[in-house]
Design a protein around this ligand. Structure first.
Ligand code: ADP
Length: 320
């Protein structure tokens, strides 16, 4: 049985369609990521899965319950981390956890044990009695995780968990999430590195699920290497490259993007063939953004995603 099964889910806010016929299943213990630019429908999906938006259809099944009629039974098995912090900043970490425990009917010794376990798991023991407002962003996010998992949820849902964290804190957050092996973890992100760290990823674009698979399976959809050519006259150069080398070119924000085998040879040959028409050439292995580009013909940033996202250039080496 899949802990989460969604079939042909559509959702609209009035006339605005936010999700279009979305179908996927998530397996027990998976770390599953929804990757998409702003406006792609991630938050809507997150809100539906976390039962914040009611759906009156049998399209969503969580832990064997159709959300339409089993919402109450499902909630106790869910842990939810929202984008906006839910911790009481004026209380200590332990006080926050104690309140959370009470909400789930935990008391006395069992609650004490759960709190200690959560503090250990997220390496917060030495901060247990510090006010949450004095903690760094990364530590606060770990305290959020401790709070959300205190009642041992079967499914942990996180909306953009690493937004606003520095790269070190993001890495450590990913390690904690990957360590939660008995829990099914579902997160939304527009950050490529977060998606890379998931067991499986679903790519959303304009409310549609355009691809699903492990990061490697998705990247296998893009063959070989990616070469980005910066030219003052890309429209004139594109057909010449096609004619000479047989490669199709895609023009993304004025840059020519070419999928090819033996990219290092192509870089050398294309510069030799058109020395005056090329300003710079970059070579890299496909990333999930390349998969997104291939499937949608657009870059992430075009859609206004934040500067948190990793640019196309990040993994590339520059060759002139
Ligand atoms: P994401 O989380 O990927 O940025 P959202 O799920 O927030 O995407 O949004 C998907 C689409 O639904 C967008 O076009 C957005 O403008 C629209 N939308 C989101 N929330 C509302 C709302 N409360 N009312 C109307 N439209 C909304």
């Amino acid at each position: 049985m899949f802990p989460i099964k969604v079939e042909n889910l559509s959702y609209a806010y009035g006339a605005r369609q936010a999700l279009v016929d979305v179908t996927f299943s998530i397996s027990q213990g998976e770390v599953f990521g929804f990757l998409g630019p702003n406006g792609s429908g991630k938050t809507t999906l997150f809100k539906i899965l976390s039962t914040l938006i009611p759906v009156d259809q049998a399209a969503v099944n969580i832990l064997g319950h159709e959300l339409g009629n089993g919402v109450q039974r499902v909630r106790q098995y869910l842990g939810v981390v929202f984008q906006r912090p839910s911790l009481d900043l004026k209380l200590t970490v332990t006080e926050n956890l104690r309140h959370q425990g009470h909400l789930y009917g935990l008391q006395g010794k069992p609650l004490k044990q759960r709190i200690q376990e959560a503090l250990d798991q997220f390496e917060l023991t030495d901060r247990a009695h510090e006010g949450v407002e004095t903690l760094s962003g990364g530590l606060q996010r770990r305290a959020e995780l401790a709070k959300a998992t205190l009642h041992h949820p079967k499914v942990l849902l996180l909306d953009e968990p690493s937004t606003g964290l520095d790269p070190g804190a993001r890495r450590s957050l990913r390690a904690y999430l990957n360590g939660l092996r008995n829990t099914t973890v579902v997160l939304t992100t527009h950050i490529l590195e977060d998606a890379e760290a998931c067991d499986r990823v679903a790519i959303l674009n304009a409310g549609e699920l355009v691809a699903i698979g492990t990061p490697d399976e998705l990247k296998d959809q893009v063959s070989g290497d990616i070469v980005i050519v910066d030219s003052p006259e890309p429209e004139q150069l594109a057909p010449k490259i096609n004619q000479r080398f047989g490669y199709a070119t895609a023009s993304i924000e004025g840059l020519l993007r070419i999928e090819c085998h033996n990219g290092h040879e192509f870089v050398r040959d294309v510069v030799a063939a058109f020395p005056t028409e090329i300003q710079s050439v970059r070579l890299g292995k496909p990333t999930l953004e390349d998969v997104f580009i291939k499937l949608t013909g657009r870059r992430f940033e075009e859609n206004g995603s934040s500067q948190d996202s990793v640019g196309l250039e990040s993994s590339r080496t520059e060759t002139h």
